[in-house]
Write a protein that binds this ligand. Structure first.
Ligand code: HEM
Length: 190
């Protein structure tokens, strides 16, 4: 009787436990691991934005000038050169690089050639006023949001100039350029 009990115990214990390495290199598990890695690669690859493959926008000559709301309007990407300018928080940025967003057919096309401040503050792409918008009815949170957007644009796009209030004079930036050129010439002489 005692012998039978001992045999049963030995059977219950089963084969020696395998090491983790043996487990992982077992052909079935190895195949499953490879399949998981392959599927994860496919998922990550499919999440890459499609537009990364789109050709880069042609480089246009740099603009440096101020704009009235009226003057800004034509820079919505529909002109031959495709330039897109967008104003935010009183500054005008050249967003041609982001034409897929702000150009014709883009999700934020309503901002092209416009002051996007109100739309960005209220998270409403089509929020804009006719004529100059002094944004005076916006609250602190909305104005902070505009400043945050502007900080992002500053990183990514070229500043062109200021959005002029009615009656405001445009700055003559050629003086600025002359000064920059003179200082470059001076440093060459040093
Ligand atoms: C369902 C709602 C929305 C979704 C899913 C969405 C999605 C996105 C995504 C994925 C980007 C990044 C694109 C990239 O860098 O490749 C982006 C950028 C942006 N979104 Fe939206 N968005 C939404 C609503 C809005 C709204 C309501 C506004 C403003 C009114 C807005 C303004 C912007 C702006 C200004 C950019 C930056 C584009 C740039 O880099 O110049 N979005 N959005």
């Amino acid at each position: 009787m005692a012998d039978v009990n001992n045999n049963n115990k030995a059977e219950e214990a089963g084969p020696e436990p395998q090491s983790l390495f043996d487990e992982l290199t077992n052909p079935l598990n190895l195949t499953l691991i490879l399949l998981i890695v392959f599927l994860m690669y496919k998922i990550l690859k499919s999440r890459q934005p499609v537009h990364t493959a789109s050709p880069p926008e042609p480089q246009l000559p740099k603009l440096r000038r101020d704009f009235t709301v009226e003057e800004l309007k034509k820079y919505d990407g529909t002109q031959e050169d495709g330039r897109v300018l967008v104003a935010v928080n009183g500054s005008v940025y050249d967003m041609t690089k982001g034409k897929r967003f702000y150009g014709p057919g883009g999700p934020y096309a309503a901002f092209g050639g416009k002051d996007a401040s109100r739309g960005l503050a209220t998270f409403n792409v089509s929020a804009s006023t006719e004529g100059y918008d002094d944004l005076s009815d916006l609250n602190t949170e909305q104005m902070d949001s505009i400043r945050e957007w502007e900080a992002q644009f500053k990183e990514k796009y070229d500043l062109v100039g200021r959005l002029l209030k009615p009656g405001e004079q445009a700055t003559n930036y050629s003086d600025e350029e002359d000064e920059a050129n003179t200082s470059v010439d001076k440093s060459k002489d040093d």
